[in-house]
Design a protein around this ligand. Structure first.
Ligand SMILES: Nc1ncnc2c1ncn2[C@@H]1O[C@H](COP(=O)(O)OP(=O)(O)OP(=O)(O)O)[C@@H](O)[C@H]1O
Ligand SMILES: [Mg+2]
Length: 313
């Protein structure tokens, strides 16, 4: 039995003398959601392009759905679906026509074609807009149509390159639900994102990509354990107040001359306790803010540098 959907070892890709993928190893279980997390220019799209056979690696090996990407690219392509970073939707066509076009490309005929197209429109909540030109769709609807088009062939493995970048919070949540539903059908998801929150919400395992290298890999819990946790920042108006508060709150760290960082999960309970504690000593913070870790924190703690875009070296 083969439980591995994607396995890669030492994948390399360079443009000129610039290494874009610098030895990528992956092992992704079938039916799981894997997230490749990284900032602009980290190499996410390049990794997707190599694994989906759109781009040839310079070195290393990979098997996708049990097939070698170099020697059996057609078998790989038959098993996968790809939703790229930039939507493949034809704006001149309606949603329904876009789906039919995909069905035609894959030689679905007659009642099969109609059933697949209708099912997908329904599933993605696009039935009402099916006859409208997709140029009139919102960003969220376009992403949904794009993903629906990927699913026409019922792929075993779906690659989603930044599926929610640029979407509002509500559309993002809808997309998350759709992705989760896919795995309940046994589909393996390879998802790239710039958002720690997204990887945290969806992924069984996360790999953090930095300048073409995987700098951390694990479950969301394992990863977040390596990152400084949530904290509450208290800002005061005078240095004396900061000093007094620091004495009162064990474990607090100075953020700057007038601000203290207090460890805490940001929940209402810990926040209330903290404010009560200050009030009991007749102290009041000028400003209170809750900070949850994001990609910047992950990067800072894992790599010692911020999420600056990779620059040509
Ligand atoms: N065809 C190309 N020729 C030269 N350099 C390239 C080419 N494609 C990508 N690169 C470079 O490779 C690096 C990785 O690019 P890639 O598109 O994989 O990053 P990414 O993680 O997908 O970024 P983003 O979040 O912006 O989509 C970047 O520095 C990019 O400039
Ligand atoms: Mg990209």
């Amino acid at each position: 039995m083969n439980n591995t959907a994607i396995a890669a070892s030492g994948l390399r890709k360079a443009y000129g003398d610039k290494a874009v993928l610098d030895g990528i190893d992956l092992n992704i279980g079938a039916g799981t959601i894997f997230s490749l997390l990284g900032p602009n220019g980290a190499g996410k799209t390049t990794t997707v392009n190599v694994l989906t056979t759109l781009l040839k690696a310079d070195g290393g090996t990979a098997h996708v759905a049990g097939h070698d990407i170099t020697t059996e690219p057609e078998a790989v392509r038959a098993a996968i679906g790809v939703t790229g970073q930039f939507a493949a939707v034809d704006e001149l066509l309606t949603g329904e026509e876009n789906l039919r076009m995909m069905a035609d490309l894959h030689r679905l005929k007659g009642s099969d074609r109609k059933r697949v197209v209708d099912e997908l429109l329904e599933r993605f909540g696009l039935t009402e807009s099916a006859r409208k030109r997709s140029s009139t769709y919102s960003g969220g609807m376009r992403r949904k149509l794009d993903l629906a088009m990927t699913l026409v062939t019922r792929p075993q493995i779906v690659f989603l390159d930044e599926p929610t970048t640029g979407l509002d919070p509500r559309s993002r949540r809808t997309m998350w639900e759709i992705v989760r539903e896919l795995t309940s059908d046994g589909v393996t998801i390879f998802l790239t994102t710039q958002y720690l929150e997204e990887a945290d919400q969806l992924a069984d395992r996360i790999a953090v990509l930095d300048q073409g290298r995987i700098v951390a890999e694990g479950t969301p819990e394992e990863l977040k354990r390596q990152v400084p946790g949530s904290h509450i920042q208290l800002r005061f108006t005078t240095v004396d107040e900061v000093d007094a508060a620091a004495r009162l709150l064990p474990g607090s760290i100075r953020d700057d001359a007038l601000a203290l960082r207090v460890p805490g999960n940001g929940g209402t309970k810990s926040l209330r306790l903290l404010l009560d504690r200050l009030a009991e000593s007749d102290m009041e913070a000028e400003e209170v803010s809750v900070h949850t870790p994001d990609l910047d924190d992950v990067f800072l703690s894992l790599t010692g540098h911020a999420t600056t875009e990779a620059t040509a070296s």
